[in-house]
Write a new protein. Structure first.
Length: 388
């Protein structure tokens, strides 16, 4: 390069990249154009992400159905009910100095139930416990699993409570869908009835609707109130008339719904119906309860929910959906979870000094709940089904 003129590419490289010395060149610019081997974040053995000990759940594990049910202690395994009034044709007005009327009485019947046990267990090895606390692990995995399995335990009970009527309870807790069965028929598709014949339009097989010790087909008093299309395979568009109809039926039976349980999509549909009629959904502060102990209303306790006819509407993801979710109107004065043994957590193993109990060098945890859903008045309960 002469007089600061760049005559070749080598002159340019030397000028910009400083190749060579100020006087003369010991190497050429082409020697700079060599293959490189940089260390990148993907280079094996040089980088490892640290995930940390915080676990972010991606799951909706709410258990609203179980939460809204009052909890009462299990003090007996059955109850008596009055299933028919005394005869209306016996007694009443008598003539002056007339003979006394014949006697009459109401009809009594007993109902029996047994508690159901729900259990979930989990375990971990001694090595896993040690390494998770030392390296990039979950940290205290006993606490992590205990928390997650506790949520799963409650959510499973919630799922049991919202199983379809066609699923017999078996060892599971009875479902609200089964409690709120009504207008039972042996066949047919008449609106506002439920056919249990096992055919294509039926809501289940014959006899699957029976609950506790009751043959519901032979005991009409054990039927709840329903609003249905008459066929399990047919849906209809939800209207406010459906809701008002069920309210009226329950009121006539002597019930008074305290809460409406439904799916999130049905709650949204109700809001749309009210808005289209230029009506506004009411709101109400609900005080949460657990095992009969009430929280105190305020900013920290209680939550705002939508209401209809002054009755709070609580959504749950586990409510059975036809096209949209079913609706359950529940009079919780007569519907509750009878607690034989409350949810308890048990743990045994090497960390608690008893590896012989589980026969290995590890740790095992267990959640157990024992109880059953009881309803002492079926007429106070109801359901709206076959909605779209």
């Amino acid at each position: 390069m002469a007089r600061n003129y760049m005559r070749t590419v080598n002159d340019m490289e030397r000028y910009y990249y400083g190749a060579g010395q100020s006087m003369g060149y010991s190497y050429t610019g082409s020697e700079l154009l060599k293959a490189d081997a940089p260390l990148l974040s993907t280079t094996a053995g040089t980088y490892q992400a640290i995930y940390g000990r915080k676990v972010w759940s991606q799951l909706n594990q709410e258990f609203n159905a179980f939460s809204i049910l009052p909890k009462k202690p299990w003090d007996r395994s059955g109850w008596r009910v009055v299933t028919a009034k005394p005869s209306s044709s016996v007694g009443g007005g008598i003539a002056e100095n007339g003979t006394l009327p014949e006697t009459t009485k109401p009809t009594f019947q007993h109902v029996a139930a047994k508690p159901k046990t729900v259990a979930h267990s989990f375990d971990m090895s001694e090595t896993a416990i040690f390494l998770n606390d030392k390296d990039d692990g979950l940290g205290d995995i006993r606490s992590v699993l205990k928390e997650e399995m506790g949520k799963h335990h409650a959510e499973t009970i919630n799922t049991m409570l919202l199983q379809d009527v066609a699923t017999a309870a078996g060892n599971d807790i009875e479902s609200l869908d089964r409690v709120t069965v009504g207008s039972i028929e042996g066949s047919g598709t008449t609106a506002n009835t439920m056919n249990f014949s096992g055919d294509g339009t039926a809501y289940g097989a014959a006899g699957v609707e029976d609950i506790y010790s009751i043959d519901r087909n032979a005991n009409a008093w054990s039927e709840a109130e329903v609003n249905t299309s008459g066929s399990d395979s047919s849906t209809r568009t939800l209207s406010l008339d459906h809701i008002d109809d069920l309210f009226q039926k329950i009121w006539v039976r002597g019930g008074n719904p305290k809460v409406i349980l439904t799916h999130y999509d049905t709650l949204m549909r109700i809001q749309q119906l009210l808005q289209s009629q230029q009506r506004f959904m009411e709101e109400k502060r609900v005080v949460p309860t657990y095992n009969g102990v009430k929280g105190v209303p305020g900013v920290e306790a209680g939550f705002i929910v939508a209401t209809y006819n002054g009755v709070p509407i609580i959504p749950s993801k586990d409510v059975t959906q036809d096209a949209i979710g079913r609706m359950y109107m529940l009079d919780t004065d007569y519907l509750y979870y009878s607690t034989a043994k409350p949810t308890q957590y048990f743990e045994s193993g090497i960390e608690t000094g008893d590896p012989f109990a589980i026969n290995r060098l590890g740790q095992e945890g267990l959640y157990r709940t024992m109880g059953e859903v009881w309803t002492t008045f079926f007429g106070g309960q109801g359901s709206i089904r076959d909605l779209a």
